[in-house]
Design a protein around this ligand. Structure first.
Ligand SMILES: CCCCCCC[C@@H](O)CC(=O)SCCNC(=O)CCNC(=O)[C@H](O)C(C)(C)COP(=O)(O)OP(=O)(O)OC[C@H]1O[C@@H](n2cnc3c(N)ncnc32)[C@H](O)[C@@H]1OP(=O)(O)O
Length: 292
């Protein structure tokens, strides 16, 4: 069986220790479009993401990517009990909760567990959770993510329960957009995800797409940055968590429209493609930004 839930569920994927520098933080922020709005490269809020020094802040979505930031090979997908390949896989959902602002440089260890597998009949959803700790053992952040594995499932397992975020009916507090550059995925892949799905047209076609698609985690970072800039004055230290489901693909060169509502100590949001033939196609759903 390509996926054996009896082996996979609860499996300890292991621990990795990694380090990062201010340069990694700067590259990450550039990869998710920091400084690209007109005048942004000189604005104090954007400089918090793009200029090294005492004012530099870290958008918490960095915590998701930093354990593999220096990887130069495609994601290995060597998950216990899962005989699957990259062409079957898209990122399904992602969340991170931080204990406090992520340092601009440091060392940490992440321990990851494969927590659950849902059987969608025509696909399987594989869930992982990670806990990152400092060298002194202090918890820094927690992540939860899923991959959607096409062509798996059908063993009569649990379908899982979704918990959709209901968006307010009132006018949004933020309506903004970001123009994904044609080379966005080629830049973002330098942040540790060399999956050929985002760069190689032949691989993308074999995986069922007309062209390479943008990394889900790039859209995830773009949307958090837009919400932080638009509703939190560009202060990344106010973000305690960010969760989303990847509800549709983005092609480099498209525009992502971000709509957000402030609701007490959280912001709920959605993202969709703006303009062109795919206007309104979903990108991110069930977005929740938790505010300190
Ligand atoms: C080990 C580390 C490995 C790292 C791997 C990641 C590496 C990265 O480089 C990969 C990427 O970044 S890929 C890019 C980012 N992801 C995407 O673009 C996916 C966008 N979403 C889609 O295409 C579809 O929603 C799609 C395809 C997800 C679902 O669409 P459909 O097939 O049409 O399914 P649908 O009919 O809508 O729903 C069927 C059931 O599945 C549930 N579901 C839907 N979307 C889900 C999602 N995103 N996550 C989890 N579950 C999801 C539905 O709820 C439904 O279930 P049920 O019938 O029980 O209600």
């Amino acid at each position: 069986m390509p996926i054996d839930p009896s082996v996979a569920i609860g499996a300890d994927i292991g621990s990795t220790t990694f380090s990062w520098t201010e340069s990694d933080v700067l590259l990450y922020h550039l990869g998710i479009g920091a400084g690209s709005h007109e005048g942004d490269h000189l604005a104090p809020a954007a400089l918090r993401y793009t200029l090294d020094g005492p004012a530099l802040q870290v958008l918490p979505t960095f915590g998701v990517v930093v354990p593999t930031f220096h990887e130069t090979d495609p994601p290995p997908l060597d998950l216990p009990g899962c005989d699957i390949n990259l062409a079957q896989v898209v990122h399904g959902s992602q969340s991170i909760a931080v204990s406090g602002p992520i340092p601009t440089s440091g060392t940490a260890t992440v321990s990851t567990t494969l927590t659950d597998i849902w059987d969608k009949g025509k696909a399987a959803v594989v869930w992982q959770e990670g806990v990152a700790t400092s060298p002194s053992g202090e918890e820094l952040w927690r992540t939860r993510s899923s991959i959607f594995v096409k062509g798996e499932g059908g063993w009569g397992g649990d379908r899982g329960a979704s918990d959709p975020v209901v968006l307010p009916v009132r006018d949004p507090d933020l309506l903004t957009s970001y123009d994904v550059t044609p080379q966005q995925a080629l830049l973002y892949r330098l942040c540790g995800d060399r999956n050929p799905l985002h760069a190689d047209p032949d691989f993308a076609k074999a995986a069922g797409f007309p062209a390479p698609i943008l990394h889900g985690l790039c859209s995830y970072g773009i949307v958090l940055r837009e919400l932080t800039d638009g509703l939190l004055g560009g202060d990344a230290t106010l973000v305690r968590g960010f969760a989303c489901r990847f509800s549709g693909v983005v092609f480099p060169g498209e525009t992502i429209r971000v709509t957000g509502w402030r609701e007490g100590d959280r912001i709920v949001a959605a993202a969709a493609v703006e303009g062109g033939e795919r206007d309104g196609s979903p990108v991110l759903a069930d977005c929740v930004l938790t505010v300190a």
